[in-house]
Design a protein around this ligand. Structure first.
Ligand code: SIN
Ligand code: CO
Length: 380
């Protein structure tokens, strides 16, 4: 289990002074840090079709990026390259545990856990991200420079690499195992490896209004909603048929805002939208645990685990009525099990002690049977 070092990191202070405001180096944010996964395992994952990975290196002065799956790394030598694997939390239960210390932030803000393996001189180049990231240094050493927010020219150093012009550093540090660098959106940064290194990045994102609106339009189409037309039986004659009058503009605006002001409709969209997995899930449906008797036995003996990368959220206003959202879908259940469903959304792991009070609930067993069959939860 990973735990933030309370002597070096105070959540309230961090949120007040740094979150979304300025970068921060947290020396020994993790005391006695151990890599949750080895470089060899990471290299192996990047050979898999379903895993999103990329190699970044320089050919002379020319930056190069290649996308996985990869067959071999031998041609790369032992310097100046890095291998990045996205959504490591979907593929490694041990690595996913690195997200847990950051649960003081809501899960809907989480992007993924990314890992980069880099040889000396390796890095992805100077760039700006539009998400918040906690870069946790694993084994090895890496130098990080972070510049101030401001006007920075970005350019494509390669079609897949958006870089930023040279910047003055406000932070210039060597990160050692267990150190953490927090960078908010918009601050240019560049990490160059000094000693073969693993860096684990816990990223937090939001969506732009345009991507929300585009998702909302898809949601309305899929659910055959929002098809109402404007009606105007009270219309008066106009002197200016080329004009969209203020009254008509208000009517059209109302047609749109009535959709976004319908909280029930909007919650269904937001719940589905934010629980959609960005990366492929390692779904393994458990067909064997369908008998209620077997599920009860498992509840008494094993931890119930949510699949790495799977997203399950609720709104306080909906869960009491038996509605939550799992992997892009609205899911209904008996309101009698709302408390344990909330726990399943709040916690990745639920212990037998937390489950056994629910053993007599047929509603929960039915709900669990569905989720186990779909592969979103499993017993450890
Ligand atoms: C890396 O770990 O190589 C890149 C992480 C980042 O800059 O966001
Ligand atoms: Co970055």
């Amino acid at each position: 289990m990973y735990q933030l070092n309370a002597e070096e990191f105070n959540t309230e202070l961090f949120l007040r002074e740094y979150w979304q405001k300025k970068p921060l180096v947290i020396r020994q944010g993790f005391k006695n840090f151990q890599d949750p996964i080895s470089a060899d395992e990471i290299a192996g994952l990047a050979c898999e079709e379903e895993v999103e990975s990329r190699l970044v290196y320089k050919n002379g002065e020319q930056w190069q990026a290649e996308f996985g799956p990869f067959q071999s790394y031998e041609h790369l030598g032992d310097k100046n390259w890095s291998l990045v694997v996205q959504a490591l939390d979907n593929w490694s239960e041990d690595a996913a545990k690195m997200i847990e210390p950051f649960r003081f932030l809501p899960h809907w803000r989480l992007d993924d856990l990314m890992v980069s393996f880099a040889t000396p001189g390796g890095g992805v180049g100077p760039h700006i991200d539009w998400y918040d990231v906690f870069i946790c240094q694993g084994s090895g050493k890496r130098n990080w420079r972070v510049g101030d927010k401001g006007q920075h020219r970005e350019y494509a150093a390669h079609p897949a690499l958006l870089h930023v012009d040279a910047f003055d550093a406000i932070i210039d540090v060597e990160l050692m195992p267990g150190d953490i660098l927090y960078i908010p959106p918009g601050f240019p940064h560049d990490g160059i490896t000094l000693e073969t290194s693993l860096s684990f990045s816990v990223g937090f994102r939001t969506h732009s209004a345009v991507s929300l609106l585009s998702g909302f339009a898809d949601h309305l189409i899929d659910n055959e909603q929002g098809g109402q037309l404007i009606t105007d039986p009270e219309r008066q004659s106009t002197q200016h048929c080329g004009a969209i009058s203020s009254d008509d503009f208000a009517k059209i605006k109302q047609q749109l805002t009535s959709l976004t002001s319908d909280d029930e409709m909007l919650r269904d969209f937001i719940g589905a939208f934010y629980t959609q997995a960005k990366h492929e899930l390692d779904l393994q449906a458990d067909d064997e645990l369908s008998a209620h008797h077997d599920i009860k036995l498992a509840m008494a003996e094993h931890n119930l685990m949510r699949l790495g990368g799977a997203r399950a959220f609720y709104f306080p206003e909906t869960v009491i009525n038996g509605v939550c959202y799992i992997d892009g879908k609205k899911v209904t259940f008996s309101p009698a099990i709302a408390d344990i469903v909330k726990l399943m959304c709040d916690q990745v792991e639920i212990t037998p002690a937390q489950l056994t009070p629910w053993m007599a609930s047929d509603e929960l067993i039915t709900f669990l049977a569905e989720q186990l069959a779909a592969g979103y939860w499993y017993f450890s």
